[in-house]
Design a protein around this ligand. Structure first.
Ligand code: ADP
Length: 452
């Protein structure tokens, strides 16, 4: 047996996902190193790690985004591999390159793959070439010539959307309803793209008015094996932030999903992808339109784990260990339905994050209920980071059963000392539109307006 490529993983992240990755390391008999900022020195998961290293002050730029500090932490602890989690440096090609150049293993795809997919125009071009269905519009950035831009827009047909090639996090997009608004929209979009993103390039595509968000999870090893693990529906969003996710997407013809999944898997082979990834699509009037690929683990990965039984994080580690995927496509079976509610520490009305100390905590349990969280009674949630504090995930034989178990789980969930959005979830779970399934990405905003 050749020696394992690594036995110690540095987890370059925090919060619930740091703990999730730590569990996967344990499962595979790997040692885990946690890093933390000054604001996270009391994080409940740190004592569970084999080692933990402070990498700087609370500000993410000084700690969780500080490549040098993270590599130093890997140095002093002897970690030979780095898991980036989601957010922070997880989609930084420079980080992937820096980890690999330091002689360590970045748990994810190559820097080049991340770079291509991080440029939405390049990603769209690669997907069109691979026969993955895309939103109508050219796979080139917009030219400077405004007459030409005019022609492109009328060819696509209004409304159109202008997006920054290097955009992310739902920012850098402008919807244009009529030709009269086009010029100023292009100017503002260009200006914003050069100010906020790595590239000033912008591109244009058809604006879909009532789409759903449906995505496909893939896993690729370094031996040419690719599987797609079904689909997720993440249409319940507020300001492009997902709130509830489920698998599979309700009411969509399974043969269409199977065709889409096979195309995603083939595209992975074409672009030489390695690791876990997600193809995000808009779905409208029975058709799918690729919008972007996320080259990392996603927050909502548990719903896929619940319906397929595949441990996605453990697979990521196996892939990085140069092992083959533990599952072949014909073994991937989707059983029942799974729902995830993201519990955010935020004000119930303003949605502003609220930090605070947890004075009492009761986590739900029972058949078909999974909680991914790093919370503990007495823990003070820092103000600096994302407000996600727990994910409540349920599984049932049917969508109804999964939703019903979620209702029960949320009734058991009790957190004191700070406010969170559990009540909003409970309300949504009783909503006729949500119960019927298949709502579009603007549904939650309309729901919130109607009760305001
Ligand atoms: P980001 O990387 O910033 O998340 P995406 O390309 O994934 O950007 O788009 C974010 C969201 O913007 C989508 O989930 C969708 O709600 C909306 N959006 C993006 N492109 C379109 C489009 N062509 N038509 C309608 N909505 C779109």
């Amino acid at each position: 047996m050749p020696a394992m490529p690594f036995d110690t993983v540095l987890i370059a992240n925090r919060g619930e996902i740091a703990l999730r990755i730590l569990h996967a390391c344990r499962l595979l008999g790997l040692k885990a190193v946690c890093v933390y900022s000054d604001a996270d020195r009391d994080a409940p998961y740190l004592p569970l790690a084999d080692a933990s290293v402070c990498i700087g002050p609370a500000a993410p730029s000084a700690s969780y985004l500080n490549i040098e500090a993270i590599l130093m932490a890997a140095d002093v602890t002897g970690a030979q591999a780095v898991h980036p989690g989601y957010g922070f440096l997880s989609e930084s090609a420079a980080f992937a390159d820096a980890v690999n150049d330091s002689g360590r293993i970045f748990i994810g795809p190559s820097g080049d793959c991340i770079r291509t997919m991080g440029d939405k125009v390049a990603a769209k071009r690669a997907m069109m070439k691979a026969d993955v269905p895309c939103v109508p519009g050219p796979d080139n950035e917009l030219p400077d010539d405004m007459d030409e831009v005019d022609r492109i827009a009328s060819q696509i047909g209004y409304p159109v959307i202008i997006k920054a090639a290097g955009g992310g996090g739902g920012r850098g997009m402008r919807i244009v309803q009529t030709p009269g608004e086009l010029r100023s929209a292009v100017m503002i979009a260009r200006e914003e793209a050069s100010r906020f993103f790595a590239s000033p390039a912008i591109y244009m595509e058809k604006f879909l008015e009532r789409p759903r968000h449906v995505e496909v999870q893939v896993l690729c090893d370094n031996h040419g094996n690719v599987v797609w693990l079904g689909d997720r529906d993440c249409s319940i969003q507020r300001r492009h932030q997902k709130i509830i996710e489920e698998a599979p997407a309700p009411g969509i013809d399974r043969s269409k999903i199977a065709d889409l999944g096979a195309r995603c898997a083939a595209a992975c082979q074409q672009i030489g992808y390695s690791g876990a990834g997600t193809f995000e699509f808009l779905y409208e009037n029975g058709s799918f339109y690729f919008i972007e690929m996320n080259t990392r683990l996603q927050v909502e990965h548990p719903v896929t784990e619940m319906v397929t039984g595949v441990d996605i994080v453990a697979e990521q580690l196996r892939i990085a260990l140069d092992q083959k995927l533990s599952v072949r496509q014909e073994q991937v079976v989707t059983t029942g339905h799974s729902v995830e509610c993201r519990i955010n520490a935020e004000d119930a009305f303003t949605f502003m994050p609220v930090p605070g100390k947890i004075s009492a905590l009761t986590l739900p349990g029972g058949p078909g209920i999974r909680i991914d969280t790093h919370l503990q009674q007495g823990y003070r949630i820092p103000a600096t980071y994302d407000s996600l504090i727990a994910k409540v995930i349920t599984h049932g034989r049917s969508r109804e059963e999964a939703i019903d178990r979620m209702r029960g789980a949320l009734r058991q969930f009790r957190i004191e000392g700070l406010s969170c959005n559990a009540a909003l979830h409970a309300e949504l779970l009783e909503d006729k539109g949500f119960i019927a399934g298949g709502v579009d990405v603007h549904y939650l905003e309309r729901f919130l307006e109607s009760r305001a």
